[in-house]
Ligand binder design. Structure first.
Ligand SMILES: [Zn+2]
Length: 675
């Protein structure tokens, strides 16, 4: 047999690994799995979860043996597989290692044989997670178990569930029954309708069977125990998240006494009338002892239920406005000797941290807890969701971090061309997820404080099980490989496509990368036109948060992609509507002038109310060439529109105005194309 045929036969037998093991050395034969086979298990209990019974292999009437051994001093969760023609040796030092070995064997056996090999494998990161928001939309145990199975198969080991938020409280808490009798039930299924159209009313189920159309669910403790056990058998820890002090509108709707004194007008007066009024604040009052009593009461039951060492307390996006005018908060600030309301959050988080520690648990929160940290009692772990730069700040402040930056890890973003989709308005294709480097910009010492990475699925626009799976897969496979190896391998796209095909075959609604449309076609190649490189003078400045490439953006030959934040679309809002002058250098013949505009009422992006093009030879006297108007379109869902003048003219200067419908409407535009 020459080297090429050896390689060819090895390639044929090559399993679709996700994640790719750290070290694989292939032999050129295969293990013959005969039944009955001999098992020499030297560590029964440790290896009981290895799922060997799931392996389907070719059976031949020869003797073969499976040898399971405990190998001391192997790294945590690590394992070794040594496979020869007659022996399958499985070694690990801990239960997780045997579970992972079993998952690797399953992936290898999917081809109907076990090729001879030597695999040495261990994870790069300890925390390999996925977060699912069950507040905005609820997903039942069957759905969550399906995701747990897939997560386990790709060696993810943390399922973080976002149990509480304005959209509904989803966990039975015996001491505070109104949370699930009222705050778990809302008047509409669709979160967007309920939230954006400002109904935001909860339904009191104590009064009997709720009306049809009521959307309400929560996990009983018994159900949650079932899920915890199911996950645990598969090597996955469930991390509960109880949001505080922000994102707590649903709590305030039923326990309004937990709000700031200044906030009461915005709240329900009694649980009979549970509604989130206005946008005043979703924050608990951090200066009320009753708030601590409530939070500790909830956490007592959470800690009793969840074996997880870590309890997630949210901590993100507290709006803090009510705290500024609450007498109780002001008095508390005086006691703290501070004039920063953010110190109230720091104080609350550190008290909760102490409470969790006293009960043998650890606090984890979103990266806002770094800034709002009481140095006397700092929490130790933060989950970085904003800019990855927050990782550096966190580590410098003594934290360990779990990296979940929205730029790479928010799988609720559109996976493919979002045309017409009412889904989340940003764009995160598979290939971008594969570029995620969780340690980017960190030196070696800092990297030791990166404990893991996590994908996040926020579910404002994810309304059913199919949408969960369509969003998670195959992107979660790339996250799983990065979590295991620190990065993805080059062939990840092919492996993820194959792996997804297997999932689809099992009825999972994974997105099929073979049908991917990809980035907006107009944005893929540079466009050359008569105004390319022409200087632009802004009569009104673009918005500072959406500068794109600054003053060169609109004539750089680059058109925007699917996402308004992609660095090519320039954003305008308020008084700064689009108003600019282009200098074409000399008088030239003009036949078309066009601009692209984005429309999506979700994030308040609209077509211009009015678009006017004027031309001039001297930049002083102007002649109107064209005008176009539009009505405000309240449809949520992304679409793109090219507005165009066509005709005959000759000029050196162009003055373009695009004004918005009102001060709250954004205009996003990319290239001004002149021909
Ligand atoms: Zn207050």
């Amino acid at each position: 047999m020459n080297i090429f045929s050896i390689l060819a036969s090895a390639a044929l037998a090559m399993p679709t690994f996700i994640p790719m093991p750290q070290q694989v050395q292939w032999g050129n034969d295969s293990f013959v799995f005969s039944i009955p086979y001999r098992v020499e298990n030297q560590c029964t209990e440790l290896a009981q979860n290895i799922y060997l019974h799931d392996l389907t292999l070719i059976s031949e009437p020869q003797s073969s043996r499976v040898c399971i051994i405990k190998q001391e001093a192997m790294s945590s969760e690590g394992y070794r597989l040594h496979i020869t023609r007659d022996t399958l040796l499985i070694a690990a030092d801990d239960k997780a290692g045997f579970v992972h070995a079993g998952q690797t064997l399953k992936q290898m056996a999917a081809n109907g044989m076990l090729p001879c090999c030597d695999i040495n494998d261990a994870p790069r990161f300890e925390w390999r997670g996925c977060m699912i928001d069950v507040s905005r939309h609820y997903f039942d145990l069957d759905c969550l178990k399906r995701q747990i199975d897939i997560m386990a198969s790709v060696k993810l080991n943390r399922l973080h569930i976002h149990l509480t938020d304005a959209a509904g409280w989803r966990l039975q808490i015996d001491r505070y029954p109104l949370l699930t009798q009222i705050a778990a039930w809302r008047t509409q299924n669709d979160w967007t309708e309920w939230w954006t159209n400002h109904d935001r009313r909860f339904v009191d189920t104590r009064k009997g069977q709720p009306e049809e159309g009521t959307y309400g669910y929560y996990y009983t403790k018994e159900q949650m125990r079932e899920l915890i056990d199911y996950a645990s058998e598969r090597g996955i820890t469930i991390i509960p998240e109880i949001e505080m002090p922000g994102h707590s509108e649903e709590v305030l709707a039923v326990y309004p006494e937990l709000a700031c004194l200044s906030d009461s007008a915005a709240l329900s007066q009694s649980p009979d009338d549970a509604v989130i009024r206005g946008m005043n604040s979703g924050d608990l009052c951090p200066s009320n002892e009753k708030t601590f009593e409530f939070l500790c009461g909830v956490l007592d039951e959470v800690m009793e239920l969840f074996p997880s060492q870590y309890i997630h307390i949210g901590g993100d996006e507290a709006n803090m406005t009510a705290w500024k005018t609450c007498q109780r908060c002001q008095a508390h600030l005086t006691e703290l000797g501070s004039d920063k309301v953010s110190d109230l959050q720091a104080d609350l988080i550190s008290r909760i941290n102490i409470y969790l520690n006293q009960h043998g648990h650890k606090l984890i929160g979103w990266d806002e807890i770094i800034a709002n940290c009481n140095p006397a009692h700092p929490a130790k772990t933060a989950m970085v969701w904003r800019d990855a730069n927050y990782a550096q700040r966190a580590i410098d402040n003594g934290y360990d971090v779990i990296m979940a930056p929205n730029s790479h890890c928010y799988l609720n973003r559109n996976q493919d061309a979002p045309n017409g989709s009412p889904m989340d308005w940003s764009y995160l294709p598979f290939d971008h997820v594969t570029t995620f480097n969780p340690c980017n910009g960190l030196d070696e010492a800092q990297q030791r404080h990166v404990n893991g990475i996590q994908a996040c699925l926020w579910t404002e626009y994810v309304t059913n099980d199919s949408a969960v799976e369509d969003n998670l897969y195959p992107r979660l496979l790339a996250i799983a490989e990065t979590a295991w190896r620190g990065k993805t391998e080059e062939d990840i796209r092919q492996r993820a496509t194959d792996f997804s095909a297997t999932l689809i075959g099992k009825g999972i609604k994974a997105f099929d990368l073979r049908h991917e449309i990809g980035e907006r076609p107009e944005s893929r190649t540079a466009c050359n036109h008569k105004a390319t490189g022409a200087p632009v003078t802004y009569l009104h400045h673009y918005n500072r948060y959406y500068p794109a490439q600054g003053v060169t953006t609109l004539t750089d030959g680059q058109r925007g992609g699917w996402h308004h934040g992609d660095g090519r679309w320039q954003g305008f809002i308020g008084d700064s509507c689009v108003h600019l002058v282009l200098d074409l250098g000399k008088r030239i013949n003009l036949s078309t002038i066009s601009m692209d505009f984005m429309q999506n009422a979700g994030p308040d992006i609209y077509l211009p109310a009015l678009w006017v093009i004027e031309c001039s030879n001297d930049g002083k006297r102007w002649q109107e060439l064209y005008r176009q108007t539009s009505e405000k379109d309240l449809h949520r869902g992304l679409s793109f529109h090219t507005w165009r003048w066509t005709g005959k003219a000759r000029a050196r200067y162009l003055r373009i105005l695009a004004s918005s419908h009102d001060r709250r409407s954004w205009i996003f535009t990319d290239e001004v194309i002149v021909n």
